[in-house]
Design a protein. Structure first.
Length: 277
């Protein structure tokens, strides 16, 4: 192996190790903290091991005081409804933009691009006023309306998949008397399932981990999700850091397990959508 190639391998592994450390060290510290008492957490180094990994009182307290079970139910309901709505809206929008020619088509695509480029926080006041005007503030409908909305990444991936689907399938179905709705339902939508699975997984992980939208638009304790349940351990006067660490791990586990199990479908869907056949 040449010196240049050896140096390249060394740099690669050093950078990879640093990136892995940046990601996993904070998680490891939170895991350690979740098994410590508040006194132990205050007196020992964050990098020190807990006295016992069998100390699960923090997890029990987090589940009870943070109402994590109710939060899980609300999170799952929000994820399922959001994915269903987002899936239908995204596939139908991409189908129309890919298969039909009409005025303002390029303008619509540019509007999707602009929505992605403009920081979301700059339009937050207008969105908040709109949610209030619709009368869905402090209900599940508020985040649902936000999450169901499609974005340019979804449109792009769906349109790349549609490029692989021959227009002759549509024409053959039309000759047999099928309407556009029937073509979409019986031909287009089933063929878009690989892309839909990829985007559904990414969307579900994003929703499970989102605290900003859920806390802002659903402040009611009855509507608390897994992410917003963490605020029960933090107040302006005091914080229960040990229980907070346990709560963070509880919130992290569903998304991590879900992502690990379905990661091959994510990469496959993204690669299939990025390469035209």
């Amino acid at each position: 192996m040449s010196t240049q190639r050896l140096v390249g391998h060394i740099v690669y592994y050093v950078l990879f190790t640093l990136m892995a450390a940046i990601v996993f060290v904070p998680i490891l510290l939170v895991v350690f903290g979740s098994f410590k008492t508040n006194l132990e957490l205050a007196e020992t180094s964050p990098f020190s091991l807990p006295q016992s990994f069998l100390h699960i009182d923090n997890y029990v307290s987090a589940l009870k005081e943070g109402n994590m079970i109710r939060g899980l139910g609300n999170s799952v309901l929000l994820v399922v409804l959001s994915m269903l709505g987002n899936m239908l809206l995204g596939t139908m929008t991409a189908y129309v933009l890919n298969r039909f020619q009409f005025r303002m088509k390029k303008v619509i695509l540019m509007m999707f691009m602009a929505a992605m480029i403009i920081p979301a926080y700059t339009t937050e006041i207008a969105r908040f006023q709109l949610i209030h005007a619709l009368g869905v503030y402090n209900t599940l409908g508020a985040p649902l309306l936000i999450y169901i909305g499609t974005d340019i990444m979804q449109i792009y991936i769906y349109m790349q998949f549609l490029e692989k689907i021959s227009v002759q399938l549509d024409e053959s179905a039309m000759l047999d008397g099928a309407s556009y709705v029937r073509i979409f339902r019986s031909i287009i939508f089933p063929l878009l399932l690989p892309a839909t699975a990829t985007l559904a997984i990414l969307k579900s992980v994003t929703i499970m981990n989102d605290i900003f939208v859920q806390q802002l638009y659903m402040p009611s304790a009855k509507l608390a999700t897994l992410a917003t349940s963490l605020t029960a351990f933090v107040s302006t006067r005091s914080s229960d850091l040990s229980q907070l660490c346990a709560g963070i791990i509880i919130v992290l586990l569903p998304s991590a397990i879900f992502y690990i199990v379905f990661q091959r479908y994510i990469f496959k869907g993204l690669m299939d959508g990025a390469v035209k056949g």
